[in-house]
Design a protein around this ligand. Sequence first.
Ligand code: B12
Ligand code: SF4
Length: 521
Amino acid sequence: MKILLYNPDNGVTRNFMPHLWMFLLQSLTPSEHDVLLIDGNARPMNEQELVKFIVQEQVGLVGIGAMTRMIARAYRMADAIRAAGVPVVMGGPHVTEVPDEALGRDGGPRHADAVALGEADETWPKIVDDAARGELKEIYAPLDENGKERKPSLQPYPEIAWHKMDLEQFDLIPTIMRPLLERHGSGWRSVHMIPIESGRGCPYGCEFCTVTGFFGDSIRFRTNESVVDELLRLKRQARENRGQVMVFFIDDNFAINIKRTKSLLRDIIAAGAQLPWTAQISANLLRDEELVDLIAASHGKWIFIGMESIDSVNLADVNKSFNKPAEYATVLNRLAQRGIYAITSFIFGLDNDTVGVAARTLKEIESWPPGLPIFGQLTPFPSTPLYQRLVKAGRLTRPKHWLDFAPFQMAHTPLKMTIAETHAELDKAWTNSYCPERNERAIDSIAEKPLDHRAMHLITRLIFRGIYFPQMNKRAWLKVIVANQRSIYKLVKEGLGKWHAARRDRKSADSCSIKMTKKAT
Ligand code: B12
Ligand code: SF4
């Protein structure tokens, strides 16, 4: 049987990183079946195009995975595929949270023949077998003999054969630059960001987060050896392809068990398996100096920190009091001293937020080393404690916001601001954080860092701007480049100066050695 795994596009970003679930399920598919993958972010298709592809390829089963924000699009695609007579199974966080919706048991239309609840590592081979026999059931839940939920141990962990996968669609080098780099850019023929999980689960239970509910509070880790092997394979692959590979450890809290994280990082260093990496780590765990040293030595470059708010009352409201705003600056300086920068994530529209929250937050951010701040509105995802609380209080304005998805739009009324005011604060925060003047100040503030380091920082800032300001075509990018020409010009000028100086040095060294040779003869 041919199986298609499909991830709908999110409408915001293109092909920055493959979705791990597709590659993981592909690795777990019984070998007698063929698996095709389409990530809508890398290969956008409308309903007709997707159905045409499925019919042409004679696909017998389609698996669709989606977060809440992409679920409406996922349903539309599923409807078109089912109308063409091909069965659809859906999985991932959203259908796990509200399975009745996908199955049409809540009074709405049905979108899926079957749903896979929770972690599907163990149920997927069974789903495939049942589908191949034409005996697909409606619900697949990972249960043990006693009907209790069973979580995969991650030991052993399947080998994801990244080297055999067609990753061209995830190359971060813009298509127009590729021929040039092919000829001249040794080691930069391609750039890929690869997702790796080293463990699953987070026990913290922040009120708005689906992770504790979905992965459970029992944390599970792969063996160090299995993670190190994957890194070594990726490193080899990068060398062979004369390209760059970066890694995103997608664990929800990569240092949740500090002892284990340190031991993993030590093993990575000992095996020479370092690749530039990014991970999510909560601020409280970055108090540990030794951990931060190991992060730097193992080539950790960017750490995503869910700061959420600079107001302790807000943090207490969402069960995140382990975040201490008073120590944010210390943590960020500790990272920056080692050349590590932070993606700092904030939520607006929390219950204690008032008008001016953007200005207050921006003032704090300005006092920190430069990083990549991102801002979102508090979003009640189904099945979270936050959702239940807001339902009870009658505060949801769009109880099924996902069926009518709109980026950066609130679905409930905050306590001390209006919805419109929250939207205005978000806009202010994004505009001020990524305006050309702020970008220039950020790069100037790390003038002592190497040029390539600063250039990468600027490029990343320009990309991150696109999370809020649509930047999906060449025209939009051109405008961004023109607006930021001062920062770009400064770096290019410095780079050219260094290149000329190096050339002059080489020439004078050559003429010196010619003179010496003549003298000697
Ligand atoms: C990596 C990641 C991202 C990446 C996504 C890009 C990428 N290419 O991966 C980035 C950083 C861009 C991102 C952004 C966001 N993310 Co995110 N992200 C994650 C994260 C940390 C890991 C995802 C992952 O790969 N997990 C590992 C795989 C193996 O698990 P999985 O995807 O759940 O798949 C398993 C099962 O669900 C199931 N399964 C999944 N799909 C399917 C399909 C089929 C057919 C079947 C059978 C089974 C199945 O099988 C898999 C194996 O067990 C998760 C948290 C988490 N730990 O999962 C959050 C998470 C998915 N993100 C979340 C959110 C909210 C966001 C944002 C909206 C945050 C924000 N406020 O901006 C943005 C939106 C991005 C966008 N524009 O679409 C939420 C989603 C909640 C929800 N109900 O939708 C999560 C769960 C985290 C949370 N705090 O609650 N994210
Ligand atoms: S620390 Fe992060 S992953 Fe863990 S519950 Fe809180 S928001 Fe979710």
